[in-house]
Design a binder for this molecule. Structure first.
Ligand SMILES: Cc1cc2nc3c(=O)[nH]c(=O)nc-3n(C[C@H](O)[C@H](O)[C@H](O)COP(=O)(O)OP(=O)(O)OC[C@H]3O[C@@H](n4cnc5c(N)ncnc54)[C@H](O)[C@@H]3O)c2cc1C
Length: 352
């Protein structure tokens, strides 16, 4: 008898696996990898919303928990995944500079918004009004993290690379069974795949498609993330950058589009003046929820079935703390924050 089966291995499945490892619980992960928002993600952790200079939900505790969480994995797997990098916000107007300074006085933003503006010393970035610097930001190499972690699970015979077949799941009072596996609990971490899950598809997961480009720009030599109409994020391959991302609310396909490519290129051209070549394009669907909070908790009827989803646009920062809360809820009977508990959609379940 296993303690857990986890379905889905993006940032949510990985984070929950890590909580189980830390608590000496046995588990098997079942996941396909074709439709993963985590693999597409820019991987940024950025504790400031840079449109209006506001603070994302719970950013400070999330970041304080997330960085050591990833560092611990880095150490155990002996691999490098965390790249701390400042974010340089291009100011379009002097008014924006003033708004930045006002925001930098607020307690939840003060640790991150530097009050000293940075001069633009990169001749290929078009920014006449200096940069605002966001500190304590950076990038987790999510695709690399997932493959290194998966390799470890495969070595321990704890990973099955397959699509989960809901018809093969048998639910008893005290355990569940699935194709020869028996476990006390099952946790669904399927990202937008939740839409096909007959047990949890009543939850209001909207999904927001996003696309990014990978560009090669030999002369750019950036060692910070630049934010203008798009983010330009240095990645590990020499002279390559991620440029993104788009937001599309109606297209729910995982295919890249020419429309997104044109949108990203035209935004990029307003901030970049050097030659570059587009060498890649990726598309994914962010697991966004109508009230912008994660979907965490126990199924209304089946007490050994759980969900960990709704990480939205900021899975890197959100996944570690919410996976911790879910584990404590299941194992140590703690109470989930009402903001993330799927209990808030009990009416939707009754109506489904
Ligand atoms: C373009 C883009 C850029 C982004 N940039 C950032 C960023 O910079 N920083 C940030 O924090 N977040 C970013 N995000 C958001 C981030 O990707 C998500 O918050 C997070 O990755 C969601 O993780 P998840 O594990 O819930 O879902 P996913 O990563 O989608 O993982 C779900 C996994 O479950 C598998 N699965 C689903 N159903 C089944 C099934 N029935 N059987 C087997 N396997 C199944 C899927 O194949 C997938 O592998 C971005 C997203 C996009 C699309």
């Amino acid at each position: 008898m296993l303690d857990y089966i986890i379905v889905g291995f993006g940032l949510s499945g990985l984070s929950f696996s890590e909580q189980l490892l830390k608590n000496n619980k046995s588990f098997v992960v079942i996941s396909e990898t074709d439709k993963s928002s985590s693999v597409v993600a820019g991987g940024m952790y950025n504790p400031v919303i840079l449109k209006r200079f506001t603070s994302p939900w719970n950013a400070i505790p999330q970041l304080e928990y997330a960085i050591p969480f990833y560092q611990e994995i880095e150490n155990r797997l002996n691999t490098h995944i965390n790249n701390p990098l400042p974010v340089l916000r291009v100011f379009n107007t002097i008014e924006e500079q003033n708004n930045w300074l006002i925001a930098s006085d607020k307690p939840n933003l003060a640790p991150f918004l530097s009050t000293i503006f940075k001069k633009n010393d990169n001749e290929f970035i078009l920014a006449n009004n200096d940069f605002g610097v966001v500190e304590k930001a950076g990038r987790i190499q999510v695709a690399k993290l997932l493959s290194a972690y998966k390799l470890e699970l495969l070595k321990n015979d704890s990973y099955r690379n397959e699509v989960f077949d809901y018809d093969a799941l048998k639910i008893a009072d005290d355990f569940i069974s699935y194709k020869g596996l028996k476990a006390q609990h099952i946790v669904f971490c399927e990202g937008f795949g939740l839409k096909s899950n007959p047990y949890f598809n009543y939850l209001p997961l909207n999904g927001t498609k996003g696309e990014v480009l990978i560009i090669k720009a030999e002369s750019l030599k950036l060692n910070a993330i630049v934010k203008s109409g798009v983010f330009i994020i240095p990645i590990e391959e020499e002279n390559r950058y991620l440029v993104g991302a788009t937001y599309h609310w109606t297209d729910k396909t995982w295919k890249t589009t020419d429309e997104a490519k044109s949108e990203l290129i035209s935004k990029l051209n307003t901030v970049l003046s050097c030659d570059y070549e587009v060498v890649g394009q990726l598309a994914g669907i962010r697991p966004t929820v109508k009230d912008r909070r994660p979907l965490v908790g126990r199924h209304p009827e089946y007490k050994n079935m759980y969900v960990l989803n709704g990480l939205g646009t900021r899975g890197v920062m959100v996944a570690p703390t919410v996976s911790d809360q879910l584990l404590d809820y299941i194992e140590y009977k703690t109470v989930l924050d009402t903001e993330i508990d799927i209990q808030r959609f009990a009416d939707e379940y009754i109506a489904s």
